[in-house]
Design a protein around this ligand. Structure first.
Ligand code: HEM
Length: 446
């Protein structure tokens, strides 16, 4: 059978009030319930028809084969008014041009130039921690990743202004998430108007500072090595046109918001998992002590920190920051034996596939040692999809690996962190999979 207009199975055609409340309480529980109907399931959020895919082959179809008729959702299109027309918000031909223009800045070799900044920022934050203090680790990791994003984008010499942009963008992003996340309409209890006002205020602040930095840089004519320098020098291949100040600003905002929260979440969950799995923590310390022997990491150490990388890989599997990828169907589109009509939403179920026993043994167990080269070699393409795939696959993947591994190595070399006994951190899946209510952790110097 091919192209059936029948709907796939799913939790009834419309969600009852009870189910909507259940979704509000536990998004991941709801997605687990949906996928129990099959590798393609369907449900409705109010009038909105939604498909849910839970198989690597269907991820391939959605992200690659049919990408032209499956576009980024209204969530991101509406984000244009908030975050401009940078790569994260664009689709189709405009996106292709933007991606071509930005790609060289994310090349592996280029990332190596940012690694020292990552290590320096982690060392600064490590020096500010106090033995015996209790901190919110999610907040700490946010501070660190904001600094890394801000300084690699705008330069280390304007660290204060860069930090201010970072913090204002983090506020804007936070408010945006609550107003317009994938399930925000169903999840938010709080009146939207005051948030919109605060959001607009944060956005205006960001724009003003970025424009000031662009003007300063253009006037100084200095040769530099950060993302801003690359954006100022970039030219489209076809007409050799450079970017206007507004375009540079929007690309900088796009790069910033794509990168900082995903890395924050990954590192926060990593600390939580180390606290809950002392055997893993011990193996990590053993690697750090052997490879680094008490000195700070250098960019050259990245490839030697193989277990640290496995810890991050397992965190990305267990707590994928992007836990679903939503797409809007713009023209009728096949998915397995079904046909999705225009207007439907389709979700790529990253969280559920990465906990699927068909692909991962003991999927609920946090086990970095599962990531042998033999296992990775056997894993079907898209069974690990933390960085997405196809034309919109994460542009910052090399950056993200370098950042998470080097920050964790620099900090965990000197510090242990523990959640209180019996304390369980719940997931808070908004646009990204955050820890709910932060992660209170007691620091102990190693
Ligand atoms: C652990 C950290 C990260 C994770 C898990 C992650 C994950 C993802 C995913 C799943 C997508 C695809 C979204 C979609 O298809 O709709 C994406 C896109 C993107 N990411 Fe990342 N990301 C991370 C870090 C970063 C960093 C550090 C940067 C920049 C420095 C970055 C820049 C981008 C950009 C620009 C896009 C949009 C690409 C496009 O549409 O062409 N990401 N990311």
């Amino acid at each position: 059978m091919s192209g059936s207009l029948a709907l796939p199975p799913g939790p009834r055609s419309f969600l009852s009030i009870r189910e909507i409340l259940a979704l509000r309480r536990d998004v991941i529980g709801f997605l687990n319930h949906v996928k129990s109907y099959g590798d393609i399931a369907c449900f409705r959020l109010g009038p909105q028809l939604c498909y849910y895919a839970n198989h690597p082959d269907y991820f391939h179809d959605i992200l690659l084969t049919h990408h032209q008729v499956l576009q980024k959702t209204w969530i991101l299109r509406r984000a244009e008014d908030g975050f401009g027309k940078g790569i994260l918000m664009s689709t189709g031909e405009a996106h292709k041009r933007q991606r071509k223009l930005l790609q060289p800045a994310f090349h592996k070799q280029r990332i190596s130039r940012y690694m020292q900044t990552m290590i320096d920022v982690a060392e600064r934050d490590s020096n500010s921690w106090e033995d015996g203090a209790t901190v919110d680790m999610a907040r700490e990791m946010q501070r660190t990743t904001i600094s890394v994003a801000a300084q690699t984008l705008f330069g280390t010499d304007v660290a204060d202004e860069a930090q201010e942009i970072g913090e204002a963008l983090a506020t804007a992003m936070d408010l945006f998430t609550q107003i317009k996340g994938p399930f925000a309409f169903f999840l938010s209890n709080i009146p939207i108007a005051p948030r919109n006002i605060r959001f607009e205020r944060a956005k205006r602040r960001v724009h003003a500072i970025i424009h000031k930095l662009i003007t300063q840089r253009r006037e100084s004519g200095e040769e530099r090595d950060d993302f801003l320098a690359m954006l100022l020098a970039a030219q489209h291949e076809d007409n050799h046109e450079g970017l206007s100040d507004e375009q540079i600003r929007d690309e900088a905002v796009s790069i910033f918001i794509s990168g900082f929260e995903t890395s924050t979440n990954t590192l926060s969950w990593a600390w939580y998992m180390l606290s809950k799995n002392p055997d893993v923590e011990e193996e990590l310390h053993c690697e750090l002590d052997t490879v680094l022997g008490g000195r700070l990491p250098t960019p050259e150490d990245l490839d030697k920190l193989t277990f640290t990388r496995k810890v991050i890989a397992e965190v990305l599997r267990h707590y994928p920051s992007v836990y679903v990828i939503p797409r809007r169907v713009t023209e009728s589109c096949p998915l397995g034996e079904f046909t999705m009509p225009p207007g439907a939403l389709v979700f790529v179920g990253i969280y559920t596939i990465q906990h699927d026993p068909r692909f991962y043994e003991e999927p609920q167990r946090f086990n970095p040692n599962r990531w042998t080269s033999e296992m990775s070699g056997k894993l079907p393409r898209f069974a690990f999809s933390a960085f997405g795939g196809g034309p919109h696959a994460c542009l910052g993947e090399h950056f993200a690996w370098a950042e998470t591994v080097l920050l964790l190595a620099t900090l965990a070399q000197r510090w242990k962190a523990r959640v209180p006994d019996g304390y369980e951190v719940k997931m808070n899946p908004l646009v990204n999979l955050r820890p709910l209510g932060g992660i209170p952790m007691k620091l102990t110097r190693r």
